[in-house]
Ligand binder design. Structure first.
Ligand code: AVJ
Length: 323
């Protein structure tokens, strides 16, 4: 019989709540105002993100999947990984391509998904356990920038960080994060990293400002999270979705623009925040990469880039790096 998946809690709900309060206080009292993108992902936000991945304009998910479908066999043969660790695993959809290849290679023994969402983790751990008999599934509830700690598993480990989520970190946060991954790996273990690539700005902006307005809803959802979790009084529909390409820093920025002067109460923080008409709140950066930058940042963190793949249209890059 299949064993139950283990779920290890490295971050409890009350700790998440304290981090939300601290982030919102810092961000809404800064100039310009900002909020970290991790707070998009409540149940509704995760559903909206899943819808985004199916939009015609949002190519990264499909492009990365096509790379993984083509490269999974080589990844499995080259790494011979016994443990697959997936950071920010969400619903673990693309993970199955890697699990299948490692199973075919005959090395797969452990799967360790790490996600901030206990509900997403529990659901995906149960589904993977059911579909991969004999696989030990050990989920970790935590933040990948804080709770890598000691990674469970055995044998050679491969840490997968897919979807281009590394692009949501600022350059100094990225290097700190990559070093923390390097620190939990032994020499000879592996990092598989997905990065969206620099391309025509029109294509990029459309991917973050789709015709159906799903991304706009996803963006505004962060205000609903603040209303629910902190008793805030944001009038969600009075904020306009903005997506722009910063050509110098090579990242997409999402913002919410106040359509008129507004005062917002945040009772749980004893805070009153005012917005001028047209004022913008930054909610996400999504950096786009070139191969040279990926290689340089990996090297700075102590990794060697051993393989680089892209889809046939060179929209998305996947790197296999050795610690
Ligand atoms: C899942 C974080 C990689 O930055 O493209 C999608 C999130 N934001 N549309 C991204 C997102 C707006 C996505 N990541």
């Amino acid at each position: 019989s299949t064993p139950e998946p283990v779920i290890e809690i490295r971050q409890r709900a009350d700790q998440v709540a304290a981090l939300l309060r601290a982030d919102v206080h810092t961000g809404l009292t800064s100039r310009p105002k900002w909020l970290p993108p991790k707070w998009f992902y409540d149940t509704r936000g995760s559903e909206l993100f899943d819808q985004i991945t199916e939009l015609p304009e949002y190519y990264p998910t499909r492009a990365e999947r096509s790379v993984l479908a083509a490269a999974a066999g080589v990844i499995a043969a080259r790494t011979g990984a016994h443990t697959l660790v997936e950071l920010g695993s969400g619903s673990s959809a693309k993970t199955r391509l890697l699990l299948d290849a490692l199973r075919a290679e005959g090395t797969l023994r452990w799967f360790v998904p790490l996600d901030v969402s206990a509900s997403a983790l529990t659901a995906s751990a149960a589904a993977i356990t059911a579909d991969y008999p004999g696989l030990a599934v050990h989920g970790v509830v935590g933040d990948f920038t804080e709770h890598l700690g000691v990674l469970p598993g055995e044998g050679t480990r491969m840490v997968a960080f897919l979807g281009g989520t590394i692009g949501n970190l600022l350059p100094d946060e990225r290097i700190k994060f990559l070093r923390s991954v390097r620190d939990v790996l032994a020499p000879g273990e592996w990092l598989l990293l997905g990065t969206d690539l620099v391309k025509d700005p029109g294509v990029l902006v459309r991917a973050y400002d789709d015709a159906r307005g799903v991304t706009a809803e996803f963006n505004r959802n962060v205000l609903r999270v603040l209303n629910r979790e902190l008793g805030a009084t944001f009038e969600v529909s009075a904020f306009q979705h903005v997506a722009l390409w910063d050509a110098e820093r090579e990242w997409i920025e999402m913002r919410l623009r106040a359509e008129r002067d507004m005062t917002v109460q945040v009772p749980d923080l004893d805070l009153v925040v005012s917005f001028d008409q047209g004022e913008e709140l930054r909610t996400e950066i999504s950096a786009k990469f070139r191969r040279e930058r990926v290689a340089a940042e990996l090297a700075e963190a102590g990794f060697g880039l051993r393989h680089w793949w892209t889809d046939d249209q060179r929209r998305f890059g996947v790197s296999l790096a050795r610690a």
